[in-house]
Design a protein around this ligand. Structure first.
Ligand SMILES: *[C@@H]1O[C@H](CO)[C@@H](O)[C@H](O)[C@H]1NC(C)=O
Ligand SMILES: *[C@@H]1O[C@H](CO)[C@@H](O)[C@H](O)[C@H]1NC(C)=O
Ligand SMILES: *[C@@H]1O[C@H](CO)[C@@H](O)[C@H](O)[C@H]1NC(C)=O
Ligand SMILES: *[C@@H]1O[C@H](CO)[C@@H](O)[C@H](O)[C@H]1NC(C)=O
Ligand SMILES: *[C@@H]1O[C@H](CO)[C@@H](O)[C@H](O)[C@H]1NC(C)=O
Ligand SMILES: *[C@@H]1O[C@H](CO)[C@@H](O)[C@H](O)[C@H]1NC(C)=O
Ligand SMILES: *[C@@H]1O[C@H](CO)[C@@H](O)[C@H](O)[C@H]1NC(C)=O
Ligand SMILES: *[C@@H]1O[C@H](CO)[C@@H](O)[C@H](O)[C@H]1NC(C)=O
Ligand SMILES: *[C@@H]1O[C@H](CO)[C@@H](O)[C@H](O)[C@H]1NC(C)=O
Ligand SMILES: *[C@@H]1O[C@H](CO)[C@@H](O)[C@H](O)[C@H]1NC(C)=O
Ligand SMILES: *[C@@H]1O[C@H](CO)[C@@H](O)[C@H](O)[C@H]1NC(C)=O
Ligand SMILES: *[C@@H]1O[C@H](CO)[C@@H](O)[C@H](O)[C@H]1NC(C)=O
Length: 615
């Protein structure tokens, strides 16, 4: 039952920068990066709402992901945090004592799968907020909230956190930072439960995910120790470092035991404020020629550079996550953007560099972002594997090549209209050996990236087309004294095509027409003496729609989403084809068996199909 209401409420993503004045004067549309991308549309109270709030079930948002493969055992589950995030902005993270499953009467001590479950409800009016969950300073989850409706919303995020196993078996402090602001206008309070599920190993524990590699130590078990590379408490903020500009480097000192034989740095990244839509930023030459604001500048290329004692050890070319208020908020209701509820983290193999840090001294990991504008939230977890049978391991870096970033740009513009082509590539590789009681293993780490971004501006910069592609390859090759080369690789491709056109409607109103098609594609493979295992993921979202904004208020609009998620591997398959339009699921086909591709029967379990919300 659709309402006859004339206005409704959508909040474009505002992130942290709540004090920034929204740039939205309709008579000056072009003086901003695709104006509609700017956050900060003002909300209004919904006068037309007549529904009995308590009678309507909350509207459920979701991100399409492959269900977590759990063993057939009964999990031992307990709630680790319940909190209502009201006015939490600029306040310390919510802290709670975390106690391991042994303190909760869980019978087993051996768990082959551990799942973190975040469930939240919210009602009223609120922006989408970035948040993080840390255990002992180690980040477990980076995520963004869903924007509520007056009648209430609910969503659940389940994340496989088995890789943090060692940490989860200890007493520690759990910290959650979700900077929310509650006022008369922004009424939404996020009511959150965090539950942990521990699945006892079924019979003999088969090491899930890495079971190919019993023959290579360090690849058959999760890390023995995880060091937080994040800011220390107490803080009135998240534990992430905040990178504000291109010259800003944030770093953390740490030291590791002297008997480590493998180390992996897991990096968490999110971008906000002026860089929330970094891929749509204009080159500085264009900014200067047209006297535009530098908050829209530095071009569309970004790279997170990771250094160890000042030397580059790896890089992250991030996936283009779009938060739940981004571009057109109606795109993401209820199917949220790829990665928005569980932002990807990125691994950097540190093993070849171990010789630099096995001396028991203090060392430093640093982060910077090429071309960064305010603000990037970055931190990391250092996963390390310890050789219990020896006091000291020895290691040597045999070769290293960290070629500088190669960057080219072709700019062709006249006034506000033009065409730009930005390309970049980089490769990093390092080889080193580590001798431990497991033998002498030589590890070669390689990263290869290339990037292209073709941007067209027309209609006096009110129309923008972005066509971007990131190739992100990394690979680890291992050689033991006795065996041939083993390898593990991940080849990722992030295509991103974006169109936006903003049309002045006069009297302080504009129409935004936009569409975006983007994907997270990844081929993973492992090669060991006895065989090869592969997986292939294709996760594509296509969204299109429009909205009319008047005096910073969205007054009407439409958002349509179609997502195809295809995963197959030597072990399992998952396929989902789902679409929504303006809060309603149009179809939802799920297939989880591998036999013979996709069957044609629709399993249309209509999430939210019964919904008759007033907006
Ligand atoms: C709203 O709905 C609830 C549950 O259906 C009911 O108990 C309540 O009386 C209703 N309130 C009004 C004002 O209709
Ligand atoms: C959180 O847990 C409590 C207690 O189990 C439950 O009453 C409440 O409904 C839960 N809230 C959410 C958002 O899941
Ligand atoms: C955790 O701390 C509690 C006391 O708060 C203690 O009883 C328990 O033994 C500790 N557990 C571990 C695994 O250290
Ligand atoms: C970059 O950010 C850092 C950290 O806030 C600040 O100290 C520095 O002055 C900034 N540099 C420029 C050029 O703005
Ligand atoms: C450029 O911006 C400056 C500072 O805002 C302003 O004084 C100047 O008039 C502008 N020039 C043009 C050509 O718009
Ligand atoms: C890397 O970028 C440079 C500069 O744009 C270009 O000349 C070179 O061909 C690129 N290399 C690859 C492998 O793409
Ligand atoms: C390799 O490490 C093991 C275990 O620490 C040690 O026994 C052995 O002597 C080392 N090998 C060499 C050649 O140093
Ligand atoms: C480990 O292997 C490398 C490469 O084969 C060799 O150069 C190095 O001397 C070996 N180290 C030890 C301690 O045996
Ligand atoms: C980018 O890298 C991928 C993977 O290394 C490669 O297949 C592709 O050809 C590269 N593209 C360009 C333009 O260099
Ligand atoms: C996006 O919209 C433009 C303009 O209407 C259109 O040319 C283009 O084909 C659309 N792309 C997609 C993927 O819908
Ligand atoms: C889509 O939803 C918005 C917000 O509820 C509403 O204003 C608009 O009329 C709807 N559009 C269509 C075509 O249903
Ligand atoms: C995925 O499925 C296709 C078609 O069934 C098959 O040819 C391919 O080998 C599978 N890929 C993997 C990685 O299992």
């Amino acid at each position: 039952m659709a309402p006859s209401s004339s206005t409704f409420l959508l909040l474009l993503f505002l992130s942290l920068l709540l004090h920034r004045i929204p740039f939205a004067a309709a008579n000056n549309l072009r003086r901003s990066k695709s104006l509609a991308l700017r956050r900060g549309l003002d909300p209004t109270s919904d006068t037309a709402l007549t529904t009995n709030l308590t009678a309507v079930p909350p509207y459920r948002y979701f991100e399409v992901t492959k269900p977590i493969h759990t063993p057939p055992t009964k999990p031992c589950s307990y709630l680790v945090l319940r909190h209502q995030f009201a006015y939490t902005y600029g306040k310390p993270p919510v802290l709670t004592n975390y106690t391991p499953p042994s303190d909760h009467g869980c019978p087993s001590r051996e768990f082959s799968k551990i799942v973190l479950e975040w469930t939240a409800t919210c009602r009223g009016v609120q922006y989408d907020r970035i948040f993080g969950v840390w255990l002992g300073g180690v980040e477990l989850l980076r995520s963004c909230t869903a924007e509520p409706r007056a009648t209430g919303i609910i969503w659940t995020v389940q994340k496989d956190i088995t890789r943090y196993h060692s940490l989860l078996m200890e007493n520690s402090t759990l910290a959650v930072y979700l900077g929310n602001i509650v006022t008369k206008t922004y009424t939404g309070i996020y009511d959150v439960n965090i539950t942990m599920h521990f699945y006892p190993a079924a019979e003999k524990s088969v090491f899930d995910g890495l079971n190919w590699g019993y023959s290579v130590p360090g690849y058959g078990s999760w890390a023995d120790l995880i060091l937080p590379i994040s800011r220390n408490l107490p803080l009135k903020d998240g534990l992430w470092f905040e990178i504000e500009n291109a010259t800003d480097t944030e770093s953390k000192k740490f030291s590791i035991p002297q008997n480590v034989y493998r180390a992996v740095l897991e990096v968490y990244v999110s971008f906000h404020g002026d860089d929330e839509f970094w891929y749509a930023n204009y080159p500085n030459e264009y900014i200067e020629a047209n006297n535009l604001t530098s908050a829209d500048g530095n071009g569309p290329f970004r790279e997170v550079v990771v250094t160890l004692d000042g030397e580059i050890v790896g890089s992250v070319w991030p996936f283009t996550v779009i938060f739940t208020g981004g571009i057109n908020p109606l795109f993401w209701r209820p199917i949220t953007g790829i990665g928005s509820f569980d932002l990807p983290s990125y691994d950097i193999e540190i093993t070849p560099f171990l010789s630099k840090i096995l001396d028991g001294e203090v060392h430093e990991l640093g982060f910077s972002v090429t071309n960064a504008l305010d603000v990037w939230y970055i931190d990391a977890n250092l996963h390390i594997w310890v050789d219990e049978k020896s006091k000291k391991t020895t290691s040597k870096l045999l070769s290293y090549s960290g070629a500088p970033l190669l960057y080219s740009s072709k700019l062709d513009f006249k006034g506000l209209d033009g065409k730009f082509l930005i390309k970049a590539n980089r490769s990093i590789s390092a080889t080193g050996w580590v001798n431990s009681s497991y033998g002498n293993i030589t590890t070669r780490w390689t990263q290869k990236f290339n990037f292209s971004n073709c941007m067209i501006l027309g209609n006096e910069a009110n129309m923008q087309i972005v066509n971007q592609l990131i190739h992100y390859d990394d690979r680890v090759d291992l050689k033991t004294e006795s065996s041939s080369v083993k390898s593990i690789h991940s080849y990722k491709k992030f295509p991103f095509v974006f169109y936006i056109n903003v049309l002045d409607q006069g009297k302080g109103a504009y129409l935004e027409v936009a569409n975006v098609t983007f994907a997270f594609n990844e081929n993973k493979g492992r090669k060991a003496a006895f065989g090869v295992s592969k997986s292939k993921l294709r996760n594509v979202q296509k969204a299109n729609g429009y909205m009319v904004v008047k005096n910073n208020l969205v007054v009407s609009g439409l958002g349509t989403m179609a997502e195809v998620f295809k995963y197959n591997s030597s072990r399992d398959c998952y396929f989902r084809n789902v679409s929504s339009s303006n809060y309603t699921i149009l179809y939802d086909d799920v297939e989880s068996s591998c036999d013979g591709g996709i069957r044609q029967f629709p399993l249309r379990f209509g999430l939210n199909r019964h919904a008759t919300f007033s907006f």
